[in-house]
Design a protein around this ligand. Structure first.
Ligand code: HEC
Ligand code: HEC
Ligand code: HEC
Ligand code: HEC
Ligand code: HEC
Length: 365
């Protein structure tokens, strides 16, 4: 009777939990995404992105997982108004980013877009294999960390998504797409239950992947208010630290050895540190134009929270540890039009740029 029950659940679950089925996990005909033999009438079925002209070319080499294309093939496209069945992270024509990637006209998602790095502006994104060549300045060495064995990939040992202990990209991602439930807090216990398939990272995912986000509609990032320079497990900043370790943790990396974490002198910008700890007379009180109590959450310079409930954090300074500085307070993960993969044009300010630092450093504008 196990099978019958399973079937019944399969039919009922999407109706109850996923009114917008496509926002949760992959659906549709198997053949939309898989090919059994990579052969149809004797010809190839699989397609891969041709970096030279942006076309999807047939490939006689079968893909892992019997897939008819790779990560980039599926996640390449244009985000538009409407339901997001697939999050697109690589556009082949310029996306609309505006000043901060959050305005009502923008077409990028939370991670930004690989478009700019793919068009040769190498400091504007992660140089992922298949999208662009390796970074000519940094090579495969993440600043603040050790060199990777080869160019950065989407997933696996040399990538960010999937299980980084597994070297093959698709193998490192198995059992994620078909088991995804974006309506629940991701606790990092399995890959499918990890925030955006970043193994062991926790968080709560915006169903629209932050397409034109608002203070009450955005990703909920997990952070920890640390008391030392130790790694903070499961936080979004700890993901970046898997490669850029020295920028996040390690004795003498973040605070001067003569001080203590949070009350000494910073050596590198704090992350996994709660602004609510700052003295009430400090400029952080007026984060995002607020008063120090229930300030509106800023999608321009977001903060993480220690709250693990599937409830949106539309305000900060509402409870303990809900104003945690993270790598993504200033950066995006994939790419932006700006140097250093920053969320806004830091380099050109004052002048043409934008001072997103002032969302927190409210007296430094
Ligand atoms: C929208 C795209 C899409 C559709 C449709 C799809 N799959 Fe998949 N499937 C994937 C991707 C991507 C992977 C590889 C990564 C992963 O496991 O998340 C995968 C992996 C798998 C795996 C191995 C991992 C696991 O979860 O067991 C099996 C088996 C599988 N698919 C079977 C099917 C069958 C059967 C169908 C049709 C009922 C189907 N898929 C429809 C995208 C799709
Ligand atoms: C055959 C098409 C296909 C392939 C190949 C594919 N994806 Fe996806 N991916 C999808 C679709 C459709 C969704 C949206 C539904 C879902 O979340 O499962 C998705 C969702 C995702 C998400 C968002 C998950 C979340 O919870 O928000 C991530 C991250 C992701 N894919 C990464 C990858 C990586 C990395 C690879 C390569 C190892 C890959 N995908 C390969 C189709 C694909
Ligand atoms: C799997 C390892 C890995 C992870 C995880 C990772 N990075 Fe990187 N990062 C690299 C490598 C390698 C480079 C240098 C090559 C390049 O620019 O792609 C780099 C470069 C950068 C750069 C400089 C870009 C440039 O070209 O000047 C920034 C900024 C950056 N990473 C931020 C982040 C942030 C923020 C996170 C977390 C969301 C993160 N990284 C996670 C490997 C990683
Ligand atoms: C307060 C804003 C802020 C935060 C938080 C922040 N960064 Fe940066 N990051 C910057 C700025 C600004 C630059 C470029 C100019 C500079 O280095 O001052 C930069 C540059 C970088 C670079 C490129 C360094 C190089 O050698 O070219 C990397 C890599 C990077 N950041 C990673 C991270 C990681 C990882 C985290 C989290 C642990 C993080 N950043 C947190 C603002 C920030
Ligand atoms: C999300 C909020 C946030 C953003 C955005 C932010 N900072 Fe910070 N910054 C902080 C906090 C919190 C501290 C530590 C305050 C403390 O120790 O009391 C800090 C510390 C600093 C310090 C060291 C000052 C000290 O108190 O030791 C400098 C310098 C700094 N930030 C510069 C920047 C610059 C430049 C940017 C923009 C690229 C930036 N910050 C963006 C929150 C932020």
């Amino acid at each position: 009777m196990k099978t019958t029950k399973g079937l019944k659940e399969l039919v009922a679950l999407p109706l109850i939990l996923f009114p917008l089925v496509c926002d949760a996990k992959v659906t549709g005909q198997c053949g939309n995404c898989h090919t059994m033999h990579n052969s149809q009438g004797g010809g190839a079925v699989a397609r891969v992105l041709d970096m030279a002209d942006g076309s999807m070319d047939l490939s006689s080499t079968p893909n892992e997982g019997l897939l008819n294309t790779n990560c980039i093939g599926c996640h390449q496209g244009n985000n538009g108004i409407g339901t997001r069945t697939t999050p697109y992270v690589l556009q082949t024509s310029p996306p609309a980013y505006s000043t901060t990637g959050t305005e009502g006209t923008t077409t990028t998602l939370a991670g930004g877009n690989f478009y700019w790095v793919s068009s040769g502006l190498e400091a504007t994104g992660h140089n992922v294999q298949g999208i662009t060549i390796a970074d000519t300045r940094l090579g495969n060495t993440p600043p603040g960390g050790d060199a990777l064995a080869s160019q950065l990939t989407c997933a696996g040992t040399n990538g960010c998504h999937g299980d980084r202990a597994v070297s093959s990209e698709i193998k490192s991602m198995l059992k994620s797409h078909h088991a995804n439930d974006m309506t629940k807090w991701k606790d990092g216990s399995t890959l499918a239950k990890s925030y955006r398939f970043l193994y062991s990272v926790q968080g709560w995912e915006d169903l629209q992947y932050e397409y034109r986000p608002a203070s009450n509609r955005h990703n909920k990032y997990y952070g920890i208010d640390r008391t030392s320079e130790d790694d903070a497990d499961g936080t979004i900043s700890s993901l970046c630290a898997k490669c850029h370790g020295d920028f996040h943790q390690g004795t003498g990396n973040i605070v001067s050895t003569s001080g203590t974490f949070g009350s000494g002198v910073w050596l590198r910008h704090p992350t996994d540190f709660d602004m609510g700890r700052a003295s009430s007379t400090d400029e952080y009180t007026t984060y995002n134009g607020g008063t120090g109590s229930s300030n509106a959450y800023s999608v321009i310079s977001p903060v993480a929270t220690a709250n693990k409930l599937g409830v949106i954090n539309s305000t900060v300074y509402t409870e303990t540890d809900d104003a945690i500085v993270m790598c993504l307070s200033c950066h995006r993960a994939h790419g932006t039009p700006y140097q250093g993969i920053l969320r806004w044009d830091y380099k050109s300010w004052p002048g043409a740029g934008y001072n997103g630092c002032a969302v927190c450093h409210t007296t430094k504008d």
